[in-house]
Design a protein around this ligand. Sequence first.
Ligand code: AMP
Length: 450
Amino acid sequence: MAAGEEGGSVAEAEQEPAVEEPRSFKDLGVTDVLCEACDQLGWKVPTKIQIEAIPVALQGRDVIGLAETGSGKTGAFALPILQALLETPQRLFALVLTPTRELAFQISEQFEALGSSIGVQSTVIVGGIDTMSQSLALAKKPHVIIATPGRLVDHLENTKGFNLRALKFLVMDEADRILNMDFETEVDKILKVIPRDRKTFLFSATMTKKVQKLQRAALKNPVKCAVSSKYQTVEKLQQYYIFIPSKFKDSYLVYILNELAGNSFMIFCSTCNNTQRTALLLRNLGFTAIPLHGQMSQNKRLGSLNKFKAKARSILLATDVASRGLDIPHVDVVINFDIPTHSKDYIHRVGRTARAGRSGKSITFVTQYDVELFQRIEHLIGKKLPAFPMQEEEVMMLTERVAEAQRFARMELREQGEKKRSRNDDDDTEEAIGVRNKVAGGKKKKRKAF
Ligand code: AMP
């Protein structure tokens, strides 16, 4: 991240105890004219993230807001900025960076709506729009610029007379998505040409490693405002997808298991064979994975399940059929490794997490062959899912070790098949896998858990 930026250490201030009573914007310290603007928008009471973030922002602190679109986060950063602008009016006062054009326009609309009575001018600077008209808009020196990083850098480099040397506020909205869309270099460039003496607000749905790095580089002694799941108005189930080439599915799976280590996982595969193969693959890589599928006897399925329930195993791999009618406990993360062919199975699968008031995640793997099925799922649940943030380079670094584990898994699968045929042996429990691994162990290199 930007070399030379200060304030690396995150002195996370203690959060105020959660406030249960809805309070007014006035109680949060919002000035009358802006309270009226909220009222006119029909914002009667502040949302949770606004309750958490506005008072600390008004005190002049940097803020990390962990909140999603729909939580009211735009108001949480726009109101303190507008209030500061009222106190010390200035052109080119605030910059909001956001990952997509659509979000930029949505944010701009909220600035306009909240700031119209005080004469705030804002400009949207995004790709796909003629740069000349944008240059003219920038020449008028608006109070607030809402931009996607790439196009803003274009203007900083090529638009004569335009600079952000007097900027007072920087907002990085949906920081996880900004970084995930490979805007890191652009963000770095922007950080280098804006004053260090500024206020910074960073909003993100998830706190990824990249976001933490950005936070260290760009924020000073920030206060963290997370929308606690208890009060969250958005659903407790965070649903994501990843769009990946089919041939790298295994590597992406391993990457995600590493990224979310410490959680319990349920991974859905479409066939018994793939369930067994993936379990073998993961076990070869040192994960405590256990299969549950229709080619196992009911007793063995229950055995697998009990180990998972007792937390002796953290990953349960299952087919839809095998998981039905069994009392699967709460899991933290559901992975649709193979996309369900029937959209309704999707709901059934992800329902394994975020139960009884707990939070949970689901991640659906979408390959080039699955786009239509995925669109059907989105249609059924009535929303567009966000992409799960990933660092592709890290995934690619896994491919070699994964390829080796794939070879062993295929070999073991073949051996199991042969044994089964010759002895009608259906002993495909993990003990059997373990014994076979041990037997084969002498011939194998020892693989690290990672
Ligand atoms: P955001 O999460 O910022 O994208 O906001 C989501 C939606 O909530 C927008 O349509 C806002 O206008 C609306 N909104 C923001 N704050 C409030 C509030 N305090 N009360 C009611 N609606 C709000």
